[in-house]
Structures are given as C-alpha cells and as structure tokens.
Design a protein around this ligand. Sequence first.
Ligand code: BGC
Length: 762
Amino acid sequence: MLKKTMLAFFCVATLQLTAQHTDTEKMRRFVNGLMQRMTTEEKIGQLNLLIPGGAAVTGSVVSTDVETKIKNGNVGGLFGIIGAERIRRAQEIAVSQSRLKIPMIFGMDVIHGHKTTFPIPLGLSCSWDTALIERTAQIAAREATADGINWAFSPMVDIARDPRWGRIAEGSGEDAFLGSQVAKAMVRGYQGRSNDLKDISRLMACVKHFALYGAAEGGRDYNTADMSRVRMYNEYLPPYKAAVEAGVGSVMSSFNVIDGIPATGNQWLLTDLLRKQWGFGGFVVSDYTSLNEMIPHGMGDLQTVSALALKAGLDMDMVGEGMLTTLKKSLQEGKVTQKQIDDACRRILEAKYKLGLFDDPYRGISASRASEILTPANRAAAREAAARSFVLLKNDGQLLPLKKSGRIAVIGPLADSRRNMLGTWSVSGDWQQSVTVIEGIRNAVGSGATVSYAKGANIADDPFFVRRSNMLGMEIDTTEKRTPADMLKEAVDMAKESDVVIAVVGEAADMSGESSSRASIDIPESQRNLLQALARTGKKIVLVLFNGRPLTLNWENQHLPAILDVWFGGTEAGNAIADVVFGDHNPSGKLTASFPYSVGQVPVYYNHLNTGRPFAPGDWSKFKSDYLDIPNEPLYPFGYGLSYTTFAYSAITGNKTGISGNGKLELTVRVTNNGNYDGEETVQLYTRQMEGSIARPVKELKAFRKIFLKKGESRDVVFSLSANDLKFYNKDLAWVFEPGKYKAFIGTSSAQTAEFDFNAGK
Ligand code: BGC
C-alpha cells in the first residue's frame, strides 16, 4: 500500500517536473525567437523602467517624453501609475504602436495593501501570524491586479535595529528568523503558493532592498552600511534568501554600499551571491535612480556606472535612464558585451512571459474587477489585521479593556486625523476612506457612553520640523488657529470632567518611512506637554500610540497606567482600536523591534553577542560593559507584548538530554491561561550555543507558535529541535552545525523565558 502511494507520489512529482520543464522550454523558445528580431536598441529599451508621474516620486528625477519612448521601444516597464484605465491606455501604446509590440510590465509600491490598507509592515510583523500576513498580501495582489498592476515592489525585508531609521516601519524588525518567515509569507501571498503568475489575481513580488539597507549608519537614510561577512550571512541576509527560496520573481538593489561598492553595481552581491550561490533566476531592478547615484558614490560617470551595473548583474534601471543612454556606446567601445545586454533583456522578457503578458498584455483588466477593491470582506480583513498588530505595552491595574459606559474623553491630535491612519508607503490607499479613532470609538460605544473629543495639541509645533514632515502632504495640520495654551486648556478641562481619558498621540504618518530619519525618537514635545498636563489631572489615562518606529517612552512608561501601541493600522484603524480598547478583541501582538530605554543605546537588539565583560542586571560594578546613566536593557524587549489575560509557563521538559546525529530533541512547556479572558499567546523558542568556533549570540529565535487558550485552559506546546536548527555561518561562511553545549529558552518574550541545558553531539 505504502509502495503504491509512494509510486503515485513520484509519478505526480515527475509529471509536475516534466510540465515545468516543458513550460520553461516553451518560454525559452519564445523569448529567443523574439530576441532574434530585436535590435540592440530595443533590447536596451527593455532594461528601462520609467515613472510617468502622478504617484509617489522619491527622487529628484521624473521621466519625460514617456509616450514617444514607448513608441520607440525604449521602455520595458512603467511604475507608479494609479488606475486600471490609465495602465490600459499606456499598454495600448506599447502593443499597438511600437515596432515589436512588446508589452510593458507595470510596477507599483504595493507595500501594506493596495486600496484596502493594512497596518504598516512593522506593525503587521508584530502579529507573528504568517497566515494572516500571507492573506494581506493576497488581498493586496487581488486589488492591485484589478487596478492593472502586475508587479509589487514588496516585500521589504531589510533587518533594522536602529529606530532612528524611518524605514524600520516598512520591514519586520530586528530578527532574521522572524523576518524570513514573514518574507516567505508575503511572497506566497503575492505570487500564490504555486508561483503561477499567469493567474491574473497574482502579482510578481520584488524583494528589497538588496542588501543591508537597514544597517545605515546613524540611522540616516541612504547612508553607508558596513559589516563583517559573518554578521551579514547570519543576521542580515537570511530574509532575502528566504524570499528567493520562496520563488520571488524579482529583486531590487539597495542604495547603500556593501564593502565599499554600491549594491547596484556590486557583482559579488548581484551575481556571485544572488545568482550563483542562491540560484536566483529572476531579474534585478535598481532602486529609484540608484544606478545614477553611483556617480556621487564616486564610481565614475554615467557611462561607467551603467556599464558597471550591467556587468554586476543589474537588469533593469529605475528612472535614471543610464542604461538607455549609454549602453550602446559602451557596447561599441567594448566596455560591455552583447551577451551581457542579452542576458538582462532575456530576464525581463521571461518575467513578462511568466506573467502571461504576451498572451494578454492587459491581464484581464476590466471594469468589472473594480468591484474586487475595498470590499466589505477586505475591510474586515484589514480590521482584523490591525487589531492583531497592536501591542499592549503596559496595563497597570487592568485599566484596559474599558467599559462602554461613563464619560470618556478622547484627547490628542491623532484622534481625529483621517490623514494619518494609513501610515507611510500607502501610495494607492485613499486616506479619505479610513476610519478615525474617534469614529471607531463612537461606533463601538453607541449610546452607552458619553464621548467627548479635544485635540489638545498639535502633532508638533516646531515649524522647521513640521515643514520637513509635511513634504508628502499636510499630515501635521498647519491650519490650527488656536494657540497651544488654548488647546491644552480645553483638553485638561475636558479630562477633569471625564471618568477616563484616551490620549491618542504619537507620530504623523510620514514621520517614519523613506527619508524620515529622526535623531530624537521621543513623542514630539507638544504632545509630551499634553500628556504631562493630562497626567496632572489625576485621571486614568490610556495612551493610544501611533508610531512607525520604536519610540523612547520612559516618561510615559513611568507616569501612565496603560499604553497600547497601534502603529499605523490602515483603513480600518479606528474600528480596530475601538475593538481592542473595549475588549472585543484581546490584544496579542509582540514587538519585533526592541524599544530602547534611551536613543543612546541604539542599536539595541536581543540577539547580540556577549562581551568579555558582560553586565549582570542589578549588579553594577566598574569595568563592565554598561552605561553610567542608563540600564543595558531596552525598555520593552523583542518578543514582548501583554494580553488582557495572563499566561503561566511551566518549566521546560525534554524527551532526551540532548540531540545526537539526525535525532530530534522535543521540548515541552505547559502554558496556562490563568487570567480572566480568553486569549492568544505567542510561545517563543530561543537557543544559545554556549561555546563555538566564533562568538555566538546570547539568544536566537528558532521557532514560535501562536496558540489560543480559553480562560483557565492549559496546553502543552512541543517544539522539536534538530542539529539543522542549530546551524550558522562560521568564519569561512560555511553553513555548519557545531556539537557542544547549548541552552534552550522558551517563554513569552526574549527577556522572560524558562531555560533548558542540553548537549548536541555528532
Ligand atoms: C524606494 C523603494 C521604492 C522605489 C519606487 C525608492 O525611493 O527606496 O522602496 O520601491 O522608490 O517607488
């Protein structure tokens, strides 16, 4: 029987492989045939990606004469066009007026949803729910393809350990293991589990920004990244690799240098590592003018850097037209080869083939698909995703959840700010469709409670800061006529008349995101003043915090009883916030980036190396690795987040004392919901290699499980560890397992775990 099943399995697997092989062969024949008819200029044209304007423009250059260039076969793709009809018209020019009628590919920054906007990726990662994350990408793909788009510039998987860097908002935080799980989930969501891009509700994904972009020195965007290969391989590269293994169709190179060479022209990165070591078979696109930016990086003039990029393995040039305008000359001068141009062109054409663009250049765009956008079901998914992204940072005296009764004062500049609900990089999202906090609260309480609202303060008062933060629109309202003192007085008077205050404060949407680095990561002073004045009323205060990055919250942590981090929750943010505040949804989010105690600690992350002079908390002495003025630990660590209920963990039991050979060690903890609500808990498993050939982190996440326990319920959670799970890149960058002493940690956060010592042998 078993034999028969195995035989059937092998037959199906062989058939699938044969079918794949024939498909690939067909594609090769088609693309070769087409390329035989193409001139060198037309081939170079395929490498050119333009933005006709109208959407987010993140550099100084905007494309001109786009229509003529399309007709001349000088454009391989366009991005940033909003609306299916506009895309259809642009495609029509390519497929009816250019000589070879090659369709264009249409890209877009679909980052956390399309029209239905989900929480910012940092928030979404705090759900630790990869099925949910996959579903959000799937919905985004459906909506974006209905809008004519076929290529998403996502997932962004840059590991980030510096909250000063605004783009920490766009990724999954500080951990490579979690980041890899999220990367895979997003690729699956966009491209489908079988990676069948002919399915017109799927998008080709583009993993970015390859590589190390999140390690910008000083947290300043576009800045230098520099690190050892050991760190790179173990801590920064895994999520990109995971996306490649999940079959991502394209990769975007980053702005920064790696070992002194800009990523966009870095042959080691784009060819040796990506293609040769990892076996990536898709195409590589530059970031916005990152090819041209190699000039100020000091790599030569436009012709030189364009040739460098092509030779390094870059296939498509975003916006800067360096390839378009110089590669022919470089070919004539022998600085690049015809093969290099052909290889790049072939990869772009293959991507178009995989997307089915040669069969239907419009990929089924039709007016009827408009009904797939912003549907009630999609909005419901956004509401759920938002509630699951929130992290309860503090809840003294079980202040939350609130009752839907009494007098509730909702105070703060983000309580009634539709403009700020979606967060950074919501290019296609329409903020006018979003639900504000005050609306969400009013929807939830109905006539049960008296809800009053006061703005209390501006998001920020410093005109210099406000001007810079408002570059993408008036997120910090500058039309306010009242003085800060007047607003504050109104708020304090209102608080005094209330039973409880919900203070809705934090960052405006584009205070994080691209080119939004901050040296101070406090809540802006105007709002800190408001919080202090509210605290002086002696009323109970719930802080609902909007932020695109970890903030320094010492004062808030010391003086306010409840803090709920809601990031930027997207279209349904207001309703989701009300769901959590009033207990219709019990929060279960856990941080994926540590919240520093002080910005002076940055970078602070849980999986650091030990030093030779480690510091033991509570045991300060001279000549240890510590600070005179602050603790070593972050205020809120990686993996931390509360629930309305509480969970008790048993000690860890193992089915053996260690791992030998191919064996597995099963580690069990009993988790009990011993609080007053049903709730979800993310049980986290970490390990530490106690001795090795190189210094190893004090903890590394290896697995996690999200479980739901009814009030009073207990469950055994079993993790199984093998030698494979303990592998890492050694000093020679070999992926190895080293026998020896290990510790396992299981718990509710990276800082609160039970321990288990074990040996792993050959
Ligand atoms: C960003 C990318 C983005 C691109 C296109 C760049 O400035 O770094 O993340 O995909 O613009 O909008």
